[in-house]
Design a protein around this ligand. Structure first.
Ligand code: NA7
Length: 535
């Protein structure tokens, strides 16, 4: 006798960001009964939570948006090349309304437990309010940068003023005028927020542990040619993007940095610097992420630019990234970041020279003394890729938790499925190319591929789909091998899990290229989903 208090659906999707919304749209469209839960009070995922000043995407908005409907692309006009968070959130709200998605979403609903029931091959998901959903398919569309990292610095809870994290910024505007603000962290979030906070605050102190490479975004109106091509030739442009290496339009480099004369190389870097894109310099030559000596030429160029932009030579020196290869920490795009340090009311604290000793009631104490603050901002990033999944910590076959299964590091087949966790699918999971790509392009690929798999299951009456252990092991090894051919694993970055104390050091994303990955996934599907055990 079915339990009336349990809601039964075909697919439960966790997350209502870019991934979850699209999963709902596509799976519902093919006749499945789909429900979505999200802990937020509205759609948006990353773009719901990241409301810090200066938050914006750094992939061109005309490409950092859905491609599945040419009409949607024609109707929505981005106001900027790189849209700010409010506009991206408005876009996702528009998508939710346009495709009537909200009726199948429960907001303010966190997942408390997800357990696979081997008796009926269904997932039993309990939400925070105690409600239970039984789903054949569990789709974890929880994002790759949604589990915030609030480092355990001694005294963190002693601070008397507001403590904010960029990834959980309050919804009501935060008035920083007349306030002494401290920012810990200089990744993408810090680099976007710092110039904007400096404009508002009475005084800003930036606590920098590792200096970062950043290029000017040169934001402005969207590229008119790009917009026109996207309207006139939508299918062809999108196809080019989908088959590309990073999910963006890019002429792949054909030469190595060390194959050309220094003069030519510098001229190329100079030209790319003025392009205002994330990949401009990094994709100028084909050996920059593989060869340290080649990489040094690009890193030296960016350092020389920092020296030009920053007045105080010591501050400039402190802002110059050293000790890791350019691009192996996520590079940044900024608007006036380095110039911000020329302001009299902005101070840079180099934590390599004067480490934080503790947070006090009044501010942050380093080995050089106390910095008094009214507001403390953590721009300290995320437990990337695995954090959001382990936050749910699904329970698979024989009661095994995902956390136990991944104790030595994540292992996944295609970044989508995990052996021992049948009928569970991770969108943008570890081992997928999402983190090293235009995430929206990767998300659409994962969702469409999963939709095809579930259509196949419906047609053939499958009730169990599970990654095969051997296929999973081989894929995980392949992800590592491809990563090992680059400079990435040598750097302490969130790609390596190195930003979270105790997290196993594993190269999380697949760097074989979005187009290559897509072709591979398509071939596996054509081949009857090899690597999956089904019943
Ligand atoms: P990131 O890129 O992980 O940056 C976090 C920053 O916070 C980085 O500068 C860290 O320094 C710093 N950090 C982290 N923990 C500490 C402690 N304990 N003390 C001092 N400084 C610390 O996160 P973001 O939010 O900026 O960006 C995440 C992604 O979002 C980004 O890559 C884009 O893909 C979009 P570290 O380098 O670890 O020394």
């Amino acid at each position: 006798q079915p339990d009336a208090s349990v809601r039964t659906v075909d697919a439960l999707v966790v997350g209502a960001g870019f991934a979850g919304l699209y999963a709902l749209h596509v799976l519902r469209g093919q006749g499945l009964d789909v429900h979505v839960v999200d802990g937020a009070s509205d759609v948006g995922g990353t773009w719901f939570w990241n409301r810090y000043p200066g938050a914006r995407c750094d992939i061109e908005s005309i490409y950092y948006s859905y491609s599945f409907d040419a009409d949607l692309a024609r109707e929505w006009q981005w106001s900027e090349k790189y849209a700010g968070q409010p506009e991206i959130l408005a876009y996702l709200q528009h998508v939710a309304d346009r495709y009537d998605l909200r009726r199948d979403i429960s907001f303010d609903t966190w997942v408390r437990e997800a357990r696979y029931d081997e008796g009926d091959d269904r997932w039993r998901v309990t939400t925070q309010d105690g409600a239970v959903v039984s789903a054949r398919w569990l789709v974890l569309a929880v994002g790759l940068l949604s589990s915030t990292n609030l480092p355990d610095i001694p005294g963190r809870d002693d601070f008397a003023g507001p403590v904010l994290h960029t990834g959980r910024w309050p919804h009501e505007p935060v008035d920083l005028s007349g306030r002494r603000v401290g920012v810990i962290g200089t990744g993408s979030s810090g680099i976007q927020a710092i110039p904007r906070i400096a404009e508002q605050a009475e005084h800003l102190t930036v606590f920098q542990r590792t200096a970062n490479f950043s290029l000017p975004a040169l934001n402005g109106a969207p590229d008119p040619d790009g917009v026109r091509r996207l309207i006139e030739d939508h299918a062809a442009v999108r196809d080019q993007v989908r088959r590309s290496s990073y999910g963006i339009l890019l002429e792949p480099p054909t030469r190595g940095a060390l194959e050309v004369a220094e003069e030519e190389r510098l001229a190329t870097y100079e030209e790319r610097w003025r392009e205002g894109t994330l990949t401009g310099i990094l994709q100028a030559y084909n050996d920059l992420v593989r060869n340290q000596e080649a990489n040094d030429t690009a890193a030296d160029f960016v350092r020389s630019k920092i020296a030009e932009m920053v007045d105080d030579p010591q501050v400039a020196e402190d802002l110059m990234p050293r000790g890791y290869a350019y691009g192996t920490k996520r590079p940044c795009l900024d608007t006036g970041y380095f110039q911000t340090y020329n302001r009299d009311d902005v101070e840079l604290v180099n934590l390599r020279r004067t480490p934080i000793e503790r947070i006090t009631e009044r501010g942050v104490r380093t080995s050089a003394g106390e910095h008094e603050l009214d507001v403390l901002v953590f721009a300290t990033g995320y437990d990337a890729m695995t954090g959001p999944l382990l936050g749910i910590d699904p329970i698979g076959r024989e009661g095994q938790r995902l956390g136990e299964r991944w104790a030595e590091g994540p292992s996944s087949y295609l970044g989508i499925a995990v052996a021992g966790f049948p009928n569970m699918f991770t969108i943008t999971g570890p081992g997928s190319p999402s983190a090293l790509s235009n995430a929206v392009v990767s998300i659409e690929q994962h969702v469409e591929w999963l939709a095809r798999l579930l259509a196949h299951a419906t047609e053939t009456g499958l009730t169990v789909i599970e990654a095969d252990c051997v296929a999973e092991k081989e894929w995980t090894q392949h992800v590592q091998n491809v990563g090992d051919a680059t400079l990435y694993p040598q750097t302490d970055s969130w790609y390596m899990g190195a930003n979270i104390p105790g997290k196993p050091r594993v190269f999380l994303p697949y760097i074989g290229g979005v187009g290559h990955y897509r072709a591979l996934c398509e071939a596996l599907a054509d081949d009857g989903y090899s690597g999956f055990a089904t019943a």
